[in-house]
Design a protein around this ligand. Sequence first.
Ligand SMILES: NC(=O)c1ccc[n+]([C@@H]2O[C@H](COP(=O)([O-])OP(=O)(O)OC[C@H]3O[C@@H](n4cnc5c(N)ncnc54)[C@H](O)[C@@H]3O)[C@@H](O)[C@H]2O)c1
Length: 270
Amino acid sequence: MAYNLLKGKKGIIFGALNEQSIAWKVAQRAVQEGAEIVLSNAPIALRMGELNKLAEECNAPVIGADVTSNDDINNLFTKTKEHFGGGVDFILHSIGMSINVRKNIPYYENNYDFTHKGFDISALSLHRILQAAMKHDAINDWGSVVALSYIAGQRYFPGYNDMADNKAMLESIARNFGYEYGVSKKVRVNTISQSPTRTTAGSGVKGFDGFIEFAEKMSPLGNADANQCADYCITLFSDLTKMVTMQNLFHDGGFSFTGVTQAVIDQMAK
Ligand SMILES: NC(=O)c1ccc[n+]([C@@H]2O[C@H](COP(=O)([O-])OP(=O)(O)OC[C@H]3O[C@@H](n4cnc5c(N)ncnc54)[C@H](O)[C@@H]3O)[C@@H](O)[C@H]2O)c1
């Protein structure tokens, strides 16, 4: 069901890798809601080729950018402004990667080269994107920026490793840049803290199946899936949420505010 919530709006979607990606679903929903989009991902992800399918479906150009590179991001904004003949109204940051997680290195033995790389990609990239956007004046007045986070930014979760630190920093950058961009251009910046979701990044977390099952049992509404996350992103890009900024918004079926559920108690009593 489409409501034309993004009619006439233009946006950039970072991070669609394959059909499981949350960004993939957001791209599809944004176009259904009347938006025009540009798709971006790291050069290595573009070489995998899957993004071309989405680009065709969404009638969207693909502009590669490694988000750790200022040159790539500047190039992306220059080309996007040329393409649209002006700025954008929304940006989705759906980017995350930790080599420590990927290589199963315990938190207390983290390799700091890997930590730096993961931090650069997963958290600092939001700052880099917003700083470049400001320089290029690439986001229109009352624009909306959303980055995806996870509750491990506030609480301990086994296996989430240094991504927990990255998420805490990501949320902090959204808050601080939200202030700056709000004052200068009425641009709002928020993070959505999403339920565990079966995607390439999600499945990299050790013991993910148990993790997702536990979250399902601990949430009165169950886990939110990628399509539901896309719906929520659309509301934040729309004009219906113009006064929401600097927030970390939980989209997790109630998980974040549940102490324990009957389902978990029953399981423990077995
Ligand atoms: N899957 C989950 O359980 C879950 C839960 C909460 C939040 N999130 C967050 O959602 C976001 C999207 O992840 P996803 O689960 O859809 O997985 P995904 O693997 O589909 O997306 C991660 C994306 O990051 C991109 N990326 C990695 N390095 C990059 C770089 N240097 N430059 C540009 N892009 C780069 C990848 O190419 C990929 O498209 C991430 O921030 C993730 O932490 C995921």
